[in-house]
Design a binder for this molecule. Structure first.
Ligand code: KG4
Ligand code: ZN
Length: 354
């Protein structure tokens, strides 16, 4: 089975071709960083227009890189939400049009589910697994039981983790997008111990019951430190604050996940219990190390897909298409774009966050 995947829900225009042997035949991502950099964040209208400008050529290139024709694919998958609705509609309509013209099934993909299923593409893992979804818009802990079956155990009460990285990086004067830049800056800190002493940061929710998160206090504390920087701020100070921030974020995430790890181990008796980190922030090496350590302490495996599959990409959309199509879960062409699309619609927690 071969599926074309299209992703346009935020600021990456992406197209990929993947088969059911987990081979990524092509995976093209066109970042709109330059278009949005001047505004310090994603501008929805600019994003939608940029997707419109580039998507058709990108799809053609993905098909040609994969060496397949539309007649040879088994389905077309496109992100239909959640995300910036203008962009979502561009990708969804392109996908529907190709599916209709080529007479192939269309698969409406939930962007969050695509992040959630990526470790099944990269590492071939079995359900159930514990999933930490950390992206620019979401911070959730879920038990992934099957395709389409997720139990939401924890979520953020305010900012998403990626948002907190981006906003803190912006306060530190780092370029957009802040997360990866903050990680690079933290790597330049020569003395982490001294950095923590000079720039202490709070750990909201630490030690509390449950698996919910809160990050807005962390960002506010970063602002207070930045306001006391000399002008211009010495690079060593920015590196030290970035390091303190990253380590604190890793400690918070590890603390909040610990409750979920214990809950998972008692709820599911699987032979190889696994925690998966997915979403753009899962590319962060300090976070990965903290989660690896947590899992080591509880006899659980830890998996995070390679960086290129953590941030938004078309391969995860194509793979979700394969997972759904192989279960007969394709959609009619009148399926709607959804700006909000919770993975666990039953959960009360979604009322606040999804
Ligand atoms: O999943 P993603 O590509 O897009 C969304 O669905 O949101 O995640 C993007 C987020 C951004 O907030 C970005 O700053 C963050 O992931 N990010 C990182 C790193 N790479 C990407 N945050 C921290 N460290 C990184 N290395
Ligand atoms: Zn994403």
């Amino acid at each position: 089975m071969i599926v074309l995947g299209i992703e346009t829900s935020c600021d990456e225009t992406a197209a990929a071709v993947v088969n059911d042997r987990r081979e990524i035949l092509s995976n093209l991502v066109l970042s709109q960083i330059k278009e949005h950099a001047a505004f310090g964040g994603v501008v929805p209208e600019i994003a939608a227009r940029a997707h419109l400008d580039h998507l058709d050529t990108l799809i053609k290139a993905a098909m040609s890189d994969a060496g397949v024709k539309f007649a040879q694919i088994d389905g077309v998958a496109a992100t239909c939400g959640p995300g910036l609705i203008g962009g979502v509609m561009v990708g969804m309509m392109a996908g529907k049009a190709i599916a209709a013209a080529a007479g192939k099934p269309f698969i409406a993909v939930n962007h969050l589910e695509a992040h959630a299923l990526t470790p099944r593409l990269s590492d071939n893992i079995e359900f159930p697994y514990l999933l930490l979804l950390i992206s620019g818009g979401h911070t959730q802990i879920l038990a992934a039981e099957d395709v389409g079956v997720y139990k939401l155990w924890g979520t953020t009460q305010d900012d998403a983790l990626g948002e907190c990285f981006d906003k803190s990086a912006k306060l530190m004067g780092l370029p957009y997008p802040g997360g990866p830049e903050l990680e690079k800056m933290a790597a330049q800190c020569a003395d982490p111990g001294a950095a923590h002493e000079r720039f202490p940061l709070p750990q909201p929710m630490k030690g509390r019951q449950g698996c919910d998160f809160s990050f807005s206090g962390l960002k506010t504390a970063v602002r207070a430190h930045v306001e006391r920087f000399p002008n211009p701020a010495p690079k060593a100070d920015i590196a030290a604050l970035a390091r303190s921030f990253q380590d604190t974020a890793a400690e918070i995430v590890s603390d909040r996940c610990e409750g979920a790890v214990k809950k998972f181990l008692s709820a599911y008796k699987t032979a190889a219990p696994t925690l998966v980190a997915a979403g753009g922030v899962a590319a962060n090496k300090a976070l990965r190390a903290a989660l690896q350590d947590l899992c080591g302490r509880h006899g659980m495996s830890f998996i995070a897909p390679p960086g290129a599959l953590c941030s938004d990409n078309g391969a995860m959309i194509a793979w979700t298409g394969i997972e759904k199509l192989s279960r007969g879960l394709n959609d009619e062409l009148d399926v709607k774009a959804r700006p909000r699309w919770p993975l666990d619609p039953e959960s009360q927690k979604n009322r606040k966050t999804a």
